[in-house]
Design a protein around this ligand. Structure first.
Ligand code: FAD
Length: 220
């Protein structure tokens, strides 16, 4: 049986910039739940990475924070809503509205805000019905993203995960943009999975179904 070996910390630094603003948002992301490091160490490592990787000197740090960003491997959305408080129009993460691979929820939140603003009936019952429908539709439409997450976090060795990202970011920018927006086309989906993955086929096959994420012995 090809068990996953003890994990190696994988750190992915990202830099975000806002157009026409001289402030940069730097994030270093660890895709490793087993590695619990105190926040102060993480922040020091983050700054060090910024200096070493792109040779920038930080003029001023406006704010530092640390957070955990969960991503979805699998789930039963119908059962989730069956358990939700009746009559309460839950939105945001509570309605499972987030891009499963990035964990980002802002675009969904903006769409939901627009939908609520345009809704003809603003009763709790009506908004609850709409939120539930939107949530279930999005969840079902995004099954591919959860499959990729299972491949990444259940099938791929931690010290090989960077190869998945290296390959992904060499793909055409429009594909990457559609992926982030949750709008990957069938062609995109095939292209993302085409090529020699750093994942043993046998282990990848075991991750195909959502139920596999709940199997006894499934790796965290
Ligand atoms: C490090 C990090 C980076 C991220 N980067 C991005 C990004 O770049 N783009 C993006 O889109 N997303 C990003 N996210 C994700 C995004 O921040 C979250 O998805 C978003 O904050 C979720 O918002 P929410 O309002 O749905 O839920 P929450 O932010 O969890 O808000 C729910 C609020 O409800 C309150 N609450 C809970 N229960 C009750 C109750 N019973 N009564 C009253 N109040 C209650 C909670 O205290 C909380 O304040 C990031 C997250 C992290 C951790």
């Amino acid at each position: 049986m090809d068990e996953v070996k003890p994990s190696v910390v994988t750190v992915w630094p990202f830099v975000f910039s806002v157009p026409n603003v001289s402030v940069m948002f730097f994030t270093h992301t660890k895709a490793d739940v087993s590695c619990q490091v105190p926040a102060c160490i993480n922040l020091v490592v983050g700054r060090l990475l910024l200096t070493v990787s792109i040779a920038w000197t930080v003029a001023e740090v406006e704010r530092e924070e640390e957070g955990v960003l969960p991503i979805a491997l699998a789930g039963d959305i119908d059962a989730y809503w069956a358990d939700a408080t009746p009559g309460v129009p839950e939105v945001g993460l509570r309605s499972a509205l987030f891009q499963p691979t990035t964990g980002y929820s802002l675009p969904d939140a903006a769409r939901m805000a627009e939908a609520v603003a345009a809704a003809p009936d603003l009763t709790s019952a009506a908004i609850r019905k709409m939120a539930e429908t939107v949530s279930k539709t999005a969840w079902k439409r995004r099954s591919y993203y959860r499959l990729l997450n299972r491949m990444m976090f259940r099938a791929c060795e931690p010290n090989q995960r960077y190869k998945v990202l290296e390959r992904f970011y060499r793909l055409p920018q429009p594909l990457v943009e559609r992926f982030y927006a949750g709008d990957a086309t069938m062609g995109d989906k095939i292209r993302i999975l085409t090529g020699k993955p750093p994942v043993p086929v046998s282990r990848a096959m075991r991750c195909l179904t959502e139920q596999s994420a709940f199997a006894v012995g499934a790796r965290a």
